[in-house]
Design a binder for this molecule. Structure first.
Ligand code: AKG
Ligand code: FE2
Length: 442
């Protein structure tokens, strides 16, 4: 039945489209892209991807070298141009700090958007070697000992659960919550959409996968902040969801980040490239909870990022004649944080400021992909929900904030149920909710 449905024939283009898109790397966009060893290393990368990555690496080395040179001679007044807000000098407030603060003070507004429940472990108890967890600060509580009787990938929260209403879950409730299974964003999907030989009609559709983005759909929201609506074609959305599912469903994949006291954020998270520890707010080469290397960022994710940055710069150039690199610099991501919000997921207003000092000073952008259900996204200069601007982020939208907007406060106030594209759901069996990928250069 799958093969005959229109959605199914789209499903089978996912990988084909990806290959085609990777070939597109040879186009003009390349000059903005700096590849690193990470891109071409073997681990966690599909065979096809790594071959393409390797063939590209030589060509891009020169470009990388040029970029590094231009960086080292970059304007020394950058710091005064993009000063770090004074918070850095005292306590650094990041998304987690702010969420915690909101919860503790029960401040109206920000607090409304953050909900906590008991800490969940990203680890399968069976696969954990305690000697490999020197920094295991996140997965605390007794959850490691518990074994689930739920089928893999469940984690549905019953309607009458305290988790639905927000607030901190007590220990009795947590005993009822399944804790050790990796979180499956596509619990009813059993395998990757098949890649079949395309018919001639299919080939025509493949043309649609090429990224001829009409800049009319793009909007400069403020200096350095661009929204590219409907940027990611459906075939690529399917691919992104399936890859995230594949990477996140294994031991050490998606988990619910939290605090030492057992409270946790209202989303599931997975890191690619580098690990980000929500408790220490530090990036590391190994995951803080199991000491494993996080999976690489798949090269086609990378490609989408550089393409989106390139198109955003073109959009900015259409409106301004000044040096676009100063307004929205390019970057080559080495960290991708993947968040999954169930339909009651939230993220309080916060700044992203755990990247390196140089990255922050240069205003290297955060590039964010939205997939699945739509979300209300807030942003502004202060941590003030009432003052914040609001924008609806739909599946396939790309939001970029760099340059002068790199330090904006931002957050997700609500996820709108049943708003994901039907074809995406049919192909991927993505559970209700929203998948968000944010790319940064540490
Ligand atoms: O989900 C989003 O759109 C925002 C995610 C975010 O701000 C973050 O991961 O830091
Ligand atoms: Fe953020």
């Amino acid at each position: 039945a799958l093969v005959h449905s229109p959605t199914a024939s789209l499903c089978k283009f996912v990988l084909l489209g990806k290959r085609k898109m990777n070939r597109g790397i040879k186009s003009g966009i390349q000059r903005h892209h700096v590849r690193t060893d990470r891109d071409v290393s073997k681990g966690g990368v599909e065979e096809g991807d790594s071959v393409i990555g390797e063939s590209l690496s030589n060509k891009t080395e020169d470009i990388a070298e040029q970029q590094i040179l231009s960086l080292s001679t970059s304007n020394p007044s950058y710091e005064s141009q993009w000063p770090l807000p004074s918070a850095t000098k005292s306590k650094r407030r990041t998304r987690i700090d702010l969420a915690q603060h909101s919860e503790q003070t029960s401040h109206q507004g920000a607090a409304e958007h953050v909900h906590f429940s008991k800490l969940d472990s990203p680890l399968k108890s069976s696969s954990v070697n305690p000697s490999q967890q020197p920094n295991m600060s996140a997965p605390t509580t007794g959850s490691m000992k518990k074994h689930s009787s739920f089928p893999s990938g469940g984690q549905y929260i019953p309607k009458n659960s305290p988790e639905r209403g927000g607030g901190v879950q007590n220990s009795r409730d947590s005993k009822r919550t399944r804790v050790n299974e990796p979180f499956d964003i596509c619990p009813f999907r059993t395998r990757y959409p098949a890649v079949l030989k395309p018919s001639s009609q299919d080939k025509e559709r493949l043309q649609g996968i090429q990224m001829d983005y009409s800049l009319e759909n793009g909007q400069v929201l403020r200096s350095g902040m661009v929204l590219l609506r409907s940027y990611i074609p459906l075939s690529q959305q399917i691919d992104l969801v399936m890859r995230c599912r594949e990477l996140g469903v294994v031991s050490g994949g998606f988990y619910q980040p939290g605090y030492k006291d057992g409270a946790k954020l209202r989303l599931h998270m997975m890191c690619l490239g580098l690990d980000w520890d929500p408790q220490t707010k530090k990036y590391g080469k190994r995951r803080h909870y199991d000491n494993s290397k996080p999976p690489n960022i798949p090269p086609n994710f990378d490609y989408l990022v550089s393409r989106a940055l390139h198109d955003s710069q073109t959009l900015i150039k259409q409106q301004l004649s000044s040096n676009v690199e100063e307004i929205l610099p390019c970057m080559s991501p080495n960290i991708c944080i993947v968040n999954f919000y169930t339909t009651n997921g939230r993220l309080g207003l916060h700044q992203d400021r755990d990247e390196s000092r140089e990255s922050l000073l240069r205003g290297l952008p955060v590039v964010s992909f939205s997939l699945g259900d739509s979300a209300e996204f807030l942003y502004g200069d202060q941590r003030d929900v009432d003052e914040a601007e609001r924008v609806l982020l739909k599946s396939g939208d790309v939001l970029i904030f760099g340059g002068k907007s790199r330090h904006i406060f931002h957050g997700v106030t609500s996820i709108y149920p049943n708003t994901a594209p039907t074809a995406l759901l049919e192909c991927t069996k993505l559970r209700p909710g929203r998948l968000n990928l944010t790319f940064r250069q540490h």
